[in-house]
Design a protein around this ligand. Structure first.
Ligand SMILES: O=C(O)[C@H](O)[C@@H](O)[C@H](O)[C@H](O)COP(=O)(O)O
Length: 246
């Protein structure tokens, strides 16, 4: 029987703020401005800031807008929420997406941490991701699939209960048989524990279908069936910022 992980109790309520935007342009700039503002705040009080980005098509306009923000990007480390088991120069890798859509304009000065490298085995890549994660990221951008996945945590993935309960920040994922993983079932993903350690979490979604999926997930409370629920949890008690437009 699937281990149904309930949402946090009223002692530590999982909260979110739903930002509904008038159109895609407002959605794009609102999300980009929110991320830039948070990075700027961090750079005032600490020497470096860390930002984690997801793959997928939805956030690309936000990445392009954010890349134009005048920030001390040379003091920003950029990592990935998740990666397909592909090398960074593969056009289908999340690293490639980040290079193409984000590491340009002002943001070209940021320091990027790819998860995969030629010759590195999967477990080695996971260990490196966990080593990077020792420095907490202040901000992370998440997407969601219509199956309720986020990062590379899929409903129906192998060993789901163990991965969702992992005490590590990143794990290797076997998503064979999960349609949402498309043709890349081998992946590395941030875990719910890793997500909870990030104070400012943004979920970027568009369209009526994804809104309905998010609402269905909330109503269910079943994190194994709806891994997107993991983005709600926070050791800081900070709400998830959901940015949505039709
Ligand atoms: O590697 C990946 O596939 C992503 O990181 C993944 O978690 C993505 O965020 C969602 O699949 C949403 O993707 P879309 O924005 O393309 O719908």
């Amino acid at each position: 029987m699937a281990d149904r992980t309930p949402l946090p109790t009223p002692d530590a309520p999982a909260t979110y703020a739903f930002h509904e935007h008038a159109n895609r342009e407002v959605w794009t700039w609102s999300a980009a401005v929110a991320i830039a503002a948070e990075l700027r705040r961090e750079l005032i009080v600490q020497p470096r800031a860390r930002l984690l980005l997801s793959g997928g098509q939805t956030p690309a306009p936000v990445y392009r807008a954010l890349s134009q923000a005048p920030l001390a990007w040379e003091r920003v480390d950029v990592g990935l929420v998740d990666e397909r088991w592909l090398l960074p120069d593969d056009p289908d890798s999340n690293a490639h997406l980040v290079h193409r859509e984000f590491l340009r304009d002002h943001a070209a000065a940021a320091h990027f941490e790819p998860m995969t490298q030629p010759g590195r085995h999967l477990e080695g890549a996971v260990a490196t991701a966990n080593a990077h994660a020792r420095r907490e990221a202040g901000v992370a951008v998440f997407g969601m699939g219509e199956d309720g996945h986020t990062a590379s945590l899929f409903p129906g993935m192998a060993d789901a209960e163990r991965l969702l309960a992992s005490s590590r920040d990143y794990v290797a994922v076997d998503a064979h048989g999960c349609p949402g993983a498309q043709q890349w079932p081998r992946r590395i993903s941030l875990t719910p524990r890793g997500m909870a350690r990030i104070a400012h979490r943004l979920l970027l979604i568009q369209g009526a279908r994804k809104r309905a999926v998010f609402e269905q997930a909330l109503a269910s409370g079943d994190r194994t069936r709806w891994p997107v629920l993991a983005t709600l949890e926070s050791t800081y008690g900070t709400p998830l910022d959901v940015h949505w437009c039709a």
